[in-house]
Ligand binder design. Structure first.
Ligand code: AOF
Ligand code: ZN
Length: 361
């Protein structure tokens, strides 16, 4: 069992350093395959030697970033006898970069205080390796904060599949299109822009071929700030898209657009995981959403509900196999926010955004 921070008595200086390391970590990536990690190196007298953080896949891990900074400020032996305070257990693997446990050992670090254990089986084991080499290792200091900072990444890594947020836009009576297929627009402008914010936080945006054919969507982030590249756009299903469609033209232009010719949500998530996608946004339509729901592969729901009645039309979700009310799928409401219409635009619509979590038995 791991020594806990309490049992091993992390010092006041180490606790303050961990708070600082968490702040540094927050500047790291909020999507993509890698977590946010911060590191502070303390001299034996408790003063700060150097700081570092991780900036995204392929760049230095936080520990190595801090070691580099220590060396450039204080010379090659800067970290000898130092304490490394890091928000994640140092890695033990050769991934895109070398193992941090070895880098810390080579630098002569005497003590390591980390927060969260590494949930990634490929990288874990650094604490044990350091301990075996005689380094004092304390785990678990402010681990809840570190985990919260990487909540999505941690859940995805523990599940071994991308986290799925299902976004739906519907009328008061749960329709996402009218009988003739028209759907522009059910929700208001601020709701539609809010969807761009959701897209900007994921690695891939998913739609079924039915939606791709009916709506000819673009699926890019245009109305929200975007750090880094556009999320990948993924079409799921067996039907072909016309070469004149927006998605087919983007693919032809070399943009990251993929067509997965399957109907199996597990196969979809396996393919996305292999592309290192950890967070995905499922934007419909009803068939794909129902398939993910029935497979238990929806982790969060964001529903935009507009005060409009459509009557007969396309439901937001297809058959869920619930023949009786006792079998109806229940969700927990986490948040409800009113996205007000622009008062100067009579065509705009106020929309309610519901953030929900499926109840898992
Ligand atoms: C990071 N940044 O500061 C630390 C990480 O294949 P790689 O080299 O990108 O390694 C990624 C894994 O390394 C990551 O999933 C995590 O388990 C571990 N630690 N990763 O990206 C860091 N310390
Ligand atoms: Zn590492």
């Amino acid at each position: 069992a791991e020594t806990t921070a309490e049992a091993a008595g992390a010092t006041t200086a180490e606790r303050a350093a961990m708070r600082r390391a968490l702040e540094l970590a927050a500047h790291g990536p909020s999507r993509g395959p890698n977590p946010r990690v911060g590191c502070v190196l303390l001299a034996p007298d408790g003063t700060v030697l150097a700081e570092g953080h991780h900036r995204g896949a392929g760049t230095a891990h936080a520990e190595v970033d801090a070691l580099l900074q220590a060396r450039s400020a204080h010379g090659p032996d800067a970290a000898r006898g130092a304490t490394a305070v890091v928000t994640l257990e140092p890695c033990a693997h050769h991934g895109r970069t070398g193992p941090c446990a070895d880098a810390l050992l080579d630098a002569g670090v005497a003590r390591v205080v980390h927060a969260q254990r590494d949930p990634n089986p490929a990288a874990a084991g650094g604490a044990a390796r350091l301990r075996a080499a005689g380094v004092d290792v304390v785990g678990g200091l402010l681990a809840d904060e570190a985990r919260a900072l990487n909540a999505g990444w941690t859940r995805a890594v523990e599940l071994g599949r991308p986290l799925v947020t299902w976004k739906l836009a519907a009328s008061l009576d749960g329709r996402s299109a009218a009988a003739d297929g028209t759907s522009r627009w059910i929700t208001g402008r601020s709701a539609r822009y809010d969807v761009h914010r959701l897209r900007a936080g994921v690695d891939a945006v998913l739609v079924g071929t039915g939606t791709a054919l009916a709506d000819d969507p673009d699926l890019t982030v245009r109305h929200a700030p975007l750090a880094g590249e556009q999320p990948a756009r993924v079409v799921v299903g067996l039907r072909d898209l016309p070469t004149s469609s927006r998605l087919a033209r983007a693919a032809a232009a070399g943009e990251p657009v993929h067509h997965l010719r399957t109907r199996d949500p597990h196969a979809v998530l396996d393919a996305l995981w292999a592309r290192e996608h950890r967070r995905v946004l499922l934007e419909g339509g009803p068939t794909l959403a129902a398939a993910f729901w029935r497979a238990g592969l929806v982790d969060e729901v964001v529903a935009y509900v507009a005060p409009v009645l459509i009557g007969l039309g396309k439901p937001a979700v297809a058959d869920l196999g619930t023949g009786t009310i006792a079998d109806a799928a229940r969700l927990d409401l986490l948040d409800a926010t009113v996205l007000a219409a622009d008062a100067d635009d009579p065509t705009d619509t106020t929309t309610v955004r519901l953030t929900l979590r499926p109840r898992k038995e």
